[in-house]
Design a protein around this ligand. Sequence first.
Ligand code: ADP
Ligand code: ASP
Ligand code: MG
Length: 444
Amino acid sequence: MQVWKFGGTSVGKPERMHSIRNLITSDDQQKIIVLSALSGTTNALLSIGESLKADQPGEAAEKIEHLKAHYDSFVRDLYKTSEGLTKGQKIIENEFSFIRSLTRIKPFTLKQEKELVAEGELLSTQIFQAYLEELEHDSILLPALEFMRIDADGEPELDYTERKLRELLRAHGDKKLIVTQGFICRNPRGEVDNLKRGGSDYTASLIGGAIRADEIQIWTDIDGMHNNDPRIVKKTFPIRALTFEEAAELAYFGAKILHPSTITPAKMFGVPVRLKNTMDPTAEGTLIANKTSDQVFKAIAAKDSITALYIHSLRMLNAYGFLRRIFEVFEKYKTPVDLIATSEVSVSVTIDKTDNLTELMAELRTFCELEEPDYDQAIICIVGNFSADQAGIALQVLKAMEGIPIRMISYGGTEHNISLLVHGRYKAEALNALNEGLFELKEA
Ligand code: ADP
Ligand code: ASP
Ligand code: MG
């Protein structure tokens, strides 16, 4: 079995839904189809939530009716029969009546916000399943809320998903096409929750791992993982093959094409991940598996909104145990550290989760001296094959970065990653400079 995931733009227009139906029925293979919300919907739902949080029900109601009008016209173009259209309209009436009901709940809490934002995937999948039914395809909609669950730390419970999915597939596994929602799940309290923005990729990979799929395909609006961020750098090219490790580094360090955690379950079970373009299905895309090419520099990504902390030991020299004590504090506040640079008595670290920063810093201050943190930093991550025996690799990177101030460098964590910390204002400049220096791609 394969798992195919279609992102927001891939389902965002009726004609796109027509194309993905052609894609998924072009062979006879059984598939689990994971869908995101229609493009723009998740943002629109979050914006409705903002109005409700600000106690502006009138403004929220206006936004809701605007969104509903979009869906009304979407289903008018999608279905070919009056039975199909009636079904589509019923789905919209049901879901929007639930959305409207949320505007009457006061106060509007995080619980309601999560229920609201889940509506995007609930709408897209029901609308698509009704479309497959209209065309008499052998398909079923399996609700993700019955098999996707996160623990108290927000981490997916893969064992639970595996067990639940096995039961569901035993009951419905004869269907050729099994449609489900990306992104949404339940939390330990049984409430509706989600896997964070862009989480449908992660759903696909968790399902792929859980059922030991033959392949996970992520269908999006670009022909695979590019060598640099196409939103910032003009001349980029698709990479044909990446290892799980290389792709995981790029996703974690900002390549938006994949949710940061997508690769973990796929790698755990050795399930290949293929990135494909819905707008150009014949394009080769990117295959993420165990094989790679021996090219030195493969790709660059950047992660924004990074905070750098500068920590000094109060004891001078031979301060053993210092790192352990520091990292215990990061562990206590559930704050992952991305980059680390050390000297005899000082440590600099970067984090991107700052919700506990005040408490974390107060606790560090009980045994360290802290400088003022640097906010709005960016990690520039360069991925490739950097054999420790090969001279000149770091030189080439630093040469490309000539003229751009670098705050931290991490080299040698693996043979596949070099990371640099720069102020966010230099991010675009750094990505372009590295594109030119490492790939000889100069902007016109
Ligand atoms: P979807 O809605 O299908 O999940 P996303 O918008 O989340 O799509 O991801 C696809 C987008 O990721 C592309 O349109 C592109 O702008 C962006 N992107 C950022 N970095 C990269 C990269 N290195 N390679 C390819 N796409 C990238
Ligand atoms: N719809 C969700 C989002 O926009 C999940 C996804 O698209 O992957 O973040
Ligand atoms: Mg995405």
